[in-house]
Design a protein around this ligand. Structure first.
Ligand code: G3H
Length: 541
């Protein structure tokens, strides 16, 4: 059967969709959270269509799953004022609250979040086409991340609940919040990656403006009530609307202290430049990447093929950590390609709730056309499509495509495809992939496939100075979440991990005192009266 026919066969009538995967009723959001209240919205709204197509009497169409407010600069600036008021120059209830009380608020939030799991998971699936199994994983990983964050903060706090004495001066050294954080997450992990910045930001005492991703907006709506109920007024504020209309005015005010964004380096750079005092702005960014896999002649080719499939095609290649180009030694490239062709044949595409499905519809409407351009450009410069149905697009589906031989004249050699294309380059000399990594504008991760320890060590040393994680005989990935996640060049700014994120959204601050008898008495009195949340030796268990 042709790919087009296979995709057409996937179109499903609404009444054939299993009940537990339905969004019923659809989510018509007419309110948003700002300044501690759900604000009703009577203005224009944006209809959200799923990349999943559903059969109706007049044909097969993207399915409408809801709508959300298109607010304006005015509402965004009101939300900013609310966040600033809640921070109150560091004097607000939230930034001065004890860590243990902030942790209680976050624990209450987790409880409330868990009650919304089924709806949030289904919305992830319908909004971005992620498989149901992976949407569940995204939700669970996020909850786990929040618990780990709480544990990490307790550890940090325990280590800070003592005094350090040097040269006759005693100091209590803790971490303090930075101010108002503007948080924007990506569409591919709309819940998880948003929350891996949002939660550390608030738990450290900052207040927040949060703009949900363009694709992956509605899934945050069921959680707004929990944010409202679990945190003091103005700590979490949402902004809805067109990013280019509401975000630049916020940056221009100079009242954003931290910009955290998982997205493109271009957007991040443009936004940073709008801030009138760039030196005051802290940026925690996860940006573009073009991770390479290097398969040497000494590799276990079966293992390399398996990891490349996972690394390049999980969630249709829409991961910042995906393997986006493969360099294979010319002596083993045919063997590797043959294994990949076989694995491509076994890929199952379909509806996201179907068992064992890995390839699903793409949420960005222009993506199939863009991927098609990349493939045509590669063909023009001498690449062949090695796999059956490769290069075919139908509706929101793009068939995974194996391209070989790829060379530097091709766009796909340089551009981050963020989709299911696997470009393979044959190399003679190991200097070629090393130079690719050096010349790349990205610097996130690399995967080396080899069973020769000498060869691996010769590659590790130059590569660790180019990227932020070198994976040996495995795909690139962010996890485990305890590991530092960052990148060089245009790939990131700041480091995220359970512990690093807490550091990123705070600054070391100390209270220092010369150890005179008088001062010793004062400090002891402050501590025993328990009047300061900062100067305190209380221990959180
Ligand atoms: O899109 C980028 C994500 O951080 C990738 O995370 O490697 O766990 O899929 P992952």
């Amino acid at each position: 059967m042709q790919f087009q026919e296979q995709v057409s066969a996937l179109a499903i009538a609404y009444n054939e969709i299993p009940n537990n995967y339905l969004i019923d009723p659809i989510v018509e959001q007419r309110e948003y959270l700002s300044d501690g209240a759900m604000i009703q919205w009577a203005g224009p709204t944006h209809d959200v269509y799923s990349p999943i197509h559903v059969k109706t009497n007049d044909g097969v169409h993207p399915f409408k799953i809801g709508s959300y407010p298109i607010c304006t600069e005015k509402e965004a600036l009101i939300a900013l004022d609310a966040a600033r008021a809640a921070y109150n120059d560091g004097r607000g209830e939230w930034p001065t609250m004890s860590i243990s009380n902030r942790i209680k608020c976050v624990e209450n939030f987790i409880k409330a979040m868990l009650t919304k799991k089924d709806l949030v998971v289904n919305l992830i699936m319908w909004e971005i086409g992620k498989t149901h199994a992976d949407s569940v994983k995204e939700f669970d990983r996020t909850v786990e991340y929040i618990y780990l964050t709480i544990d990490a903060l307790k550890d940090i706090d325990r280590n800070s609940s003592k005094f350090t004495i040097e040269q006759g001066i005693a100091a209590q050294i803790r971490r303090s919040p930075l101010g108002v954080v503007l948080c924007m997450g990506p569409f591919n992990y709309p819940l998880n990656e948003t929350f891996t910045t949002l939660i550390p930001a608030i738990i450290m005492g900052n207040t927040l403006l949060f703009k949900p991703p363009k694709h992956g907006t509605l899934l945050h709506y069921p959680l707004l009530e929990a944010f409202k109920n679990c945190f003091p007024k103005g700590v979490v504020n949402t902004i809805y609307g067109r990013g280019n209309a509401i975000v630049p005015p916020l940056m221009k005010t100079g009242k954003i202290d931290v910009l955290t964004l998982i997205g493109s380096s271009k957007v991040a750079n443009d936004l940073k430049k709008l801030h009138p005092k760039v030196n005051r702005l802290r940026a925690i960014l996860g940006l573009d990447a073009k991770n390479a896999a290097i398969v040497t002649k000494n590799a276990n080719i079966q293992l390399a093929a398996k990891e490349i499939m996972l690394g390049a095609l999980s969630f249709n290649g829409q991961r910042c950590t995906a393997i986006k180009i493969v360099f294979a030694h010319h002596s083993i490239v045919d063997e590797l390609n043959n294994l990949l062709i076989k694995a491509f044949k076994e890929l199952q595409f379909g509806l996201p709730w179907e068992k064992n499905v890995t390839i699903t519809a793409l949420p960005e409407p222009n993506k199939p056309a863009y991927l098609n351009d990349l493939v045509n450009d590669a063909k023009k410069h001498g690449a062949n499509i090695l796999n059956e149905h490769g290069g075919f697009a139908e509706g929101s589906f793009f068939h995974p495509t194996l391209l070989y031989p790829v060379n530097k004249q091709m766009r796909v050699y340089h551009e981050e495809q963020f989709g299911p294309i696997v470009p393979v380059v044959a190399y003679e000399d190991i200097e070629e992939p090393i130079h690719y990594v050096i010349e790349s504008t990205h610097g996130q991760q690399v995967s080396i496939f080899s069973n020769n320890p000498d060869e691996i060590s010769l590659l590790i040393d130059p590569l660790v100075n180019q990227v932020s994680r070198v994976n040996i005989n495995s795909q690139c990935q962010r996890g485990p979440d305890a590991f530092p996640f960052t990148g060089r060049k245009d790939s990131a700014e700041g480091t995220l991990s359970v512990v690093d994120a807490l550091r990123s959204f705070s600054i070391r601050t100390l209270v220092a005192v010369k150890l005179t008898d008088e001062n010793k008495t004062i400090i002891n009195e402050i501590i025993s009266a328990d009047n300061s949340n900062f100067l305190s030796t209380k221990y959180i268990f």
